[in-house]
Ligand binder design. Structure first.
Ligand code: PPS
Length: 570
């Protein structure tokens, strides 16, 4: 009896798996490139066909053509250069026809690139064509191109082994093949793609729903989860907020799917690129904001790099070729007397319009204040409250800096006792001595080593702060750059309070409990801070105390009053 199935689907899958197995084996001997986060995003969208018609990285001819006319050499529309950037050393070691194994940051093999082109691009020309300026001060995309992108480009075709791995929200990471299939299953003939990086509230729901109804379409909500930027809303909170908001839409009207896109923020070009990508996911329409793809679009200021409306115009002008329609994104505002949202351009004089800016929202969250029901949904607000607890529930770091003998350790110890008595958060003391013994025993007192010591302390304090604890740090920390580094890092997770003990050297020297200054004056040790090594005073500390005539209890009380005033303790 013939046991072969009626169709040979399983057989073709088997052939496919065997091919991948042999590719993997062969690739063990190839040179490797370990991709960074940006490159992994590009690779994923090349492999899953979101970048169709690309089947690999652009060669030099296509690259030049894309820069000049937003088209591949064969004339198809493609506005964004997608090449594999590498170091000069790597480029010199390769030749045309060479297969290269592409791996993730852990070294896991993802694809094999057959190199067809190796060239050194003119980055100034690329910046000018793609971003509209060569000046890195004017456009962060140009700065990234100059600083983060490797100096050489590789082009060539790709054979996929494995899509880049994600361990979070797997069910929401749909490929173009999956979205196409789901749209067909749901009977969605028309679908509007809506890309966002922000968290969404009532106004966004009203806006997308209105646009979808007008186009007779359903909605593909595709938040970008490629590269996160410092200060961005915590990734998990962001996605959970999206999961909450889709519950507010009518049934069978919206699908949530994450896209690992490394945006370039190239304005109109970016918008056209994103529209083509949405076409590949099966969308018939794409929502474009008047400042779509602008590097400053999410700033709370009016500043924009590209002219308003240019992105919408460009996407519309290519509709005939891209086969995806541009839907202008119309902002909605809440009109109190009508208890409903209306498009901003329909507001008439005398209407009582209400809005809450993102910085105002942040302020309300941090202070545990009311967020009205017309603005957002309880599920979204609950997620945000968890991510932005009021200051009295956030972690914070008290960073005490000053000369040896200024009283740093004593102040830190008194504060520690007071926080332990309060018992509302775990407390960790990172005194200079403790750190030098346990974390930095190999370090000297050179400028480089002192800065390294301080940033190590900053890293530990940032982890403590992130997890809601109190970190008390008490090193000399004589340099501004490492103190600034710590401030920027830690402020992203909670409170940062710099306490400068401005006690003069003479007083510290009189105290000299460790005999440090006596040894320095006797020439027994060199490079002692304040004697023959610098102490750069903090430029903008939260609190300054000269402990010459102030007791440790009084100094601690000053810090506690500050913390109470700012809302960190109750
Ligand atoms: S730094 O500059 O922040 O990395 O210093 P820190 O880790 O706080 O270490 C300071 C303590 O080390 C002892 N010590 C010295 N201090 C300054 N300069 C030199 N050359 C030096 N050599 C040893 C000193 O006793 C400091 O202790 P504290 O607690 O500050 O008095």
């Amino acid at each position: 009896m013939d046991m072969k199935p009626a169709h040979d689907y399983s057989e073709s899958l088997l052939v496919h798996f065997r091919r991948i197995e042999s590719l993997k084996k062969a690739a063990l001997g190839y040179p490797s490139v370990n991709l960074n986060k940006r490159q992994l995003c590009d690779l994923e969208l090349l492999l899953n066909r979101a970048f169709y018609p690309l089947a690999g990285y652009l060669g030099e001819e296509d690259y030049e053509s894309v820069l000049d006319r937003m088209r591949l050499a064969d004339g198809s529309v493609w506005p964004m250069p997608v090449c594999l950037d590498v170091s000069e050393e790597m480029a010199q070691s390769l030749e045309q026809g060479q297969p290269v194994a592409l791996r993730d940051e852990e070294g896991f093999m993802l694809a094999v690139l057959s190199v067809t082109d190796i060239w050194k691009p003119d980055k100034r020309r690329e910046a000018d064509c793609v971003f509209g300026t060569e000046d890195p001060e004017k456009h962060p995309g140009v700065r990234d191109l100059y600083d983060q992108v490797g100096p050489w480009h590789l082009g060539g075709s790709l054979e996929g082994i494995h899509l880049p791995m994600h361990y979070d929200f797997k069910a929401l990471r749909r490929t173009p093949a999956e979205t196409h299939r789901r749209f067909a299953q749901n009977g969605w003939r028309h679908v509007i793609g809506f890309q966002t990086e922000k968290h969404l509230h009532c106004a966004h729901k009203e806006m997308t729903l209105k646009a979808a109804r007008e186009a007779g379409a359903s909605i593909l909500l595709q938040p970008v989860v490629g590269l996160t930027h410092p200060g961005d809303l915590d990734h998990y909170t962001q996605v959970r907020c999206y999961q909450e908001i889709v519950k507010q839409y009518p049934k069978n009207m919206i699908m949530l799917s994450l896209i690992p896109l490394a945006m370039r923020k190239a304005g109109p070009r970016e918008a056209l690129w994103q529209a083509i990508i949405r076409k590949n996911y099966g969308c018939s329409h794409f929502m474009v904001a008047e400042d779509h793809g602008d590097p400053f679009a999410n700033n709370n200021t009016q500043e924009r790099f590209y002219p308003l409306g240019a992105a919408q115009e460009l996407v519309r002008s290519f509709e005939g070729e891209t086969d995806i329609k541009m839907v202008p994104l119309k902002r909605m505002v809440y009109v109190e007397e009508r208890a409903e949202y209306i498009p901003e351009d329909e507001v008439r004089p005398g209407m009582n319009v209400k809005q809450i800016s993102s910085s105002e929202l942040r302020r309300r969250l941090e202070n545990g204040l009311d967020i009205p029901a017309w603005f957002s949904y309880p599920g979204v607000v609950a997620e945000l409250r968890r991510a932005y607890p009021p200051r009295s529930e956030q972690g914070f770091t008290v960073f005490v800096t000053g000369l040896s003998g200024a009283g740093k350790s004593t102040l830190a110890k008194v504060l520690m006792v007071k926080f332990m008595e309060m018992r509302d958060r775990p407390v960790t003391l990172l005194d200079g001595d403790i750190v030098r013994r346990n974390l930095s025993s190999e370090l000297t007192f050179s400028k480089e080593h002192r800065n390294l010591n301080i940033t190590r302390i900053g890293f530990v304090a940032s982890e403590i702060t992130k997890n809601g604890g109190i970190a008390l740090c008490a090193p000399i920390a004589p340099y501004e750059e490492s103190r600034r580094h710590n401030r920027e890092l830690i402020s992203g997770y909670g409170g940062y309070i710099e306490v400068y003990l401005a006690t003069p050297l003479e007083v510290c020297e009189q105290r000299d409990r460790k005999g440090l200054y006596a040894k320095a004056r006797a020439g027994k040790i060199k490079g002692v801070t304040g004697v023959d090594d610098p102490y750069v005073s903090p430029s903008d500390p939260e609190i300054t105390i000269d402990t010459t005539e102030v007791t440790p209890d009084e100094a601690a009380q000053e810090v506690m009053l500050y913390l109470e005033e700012k809302g960190y303790i109750r």
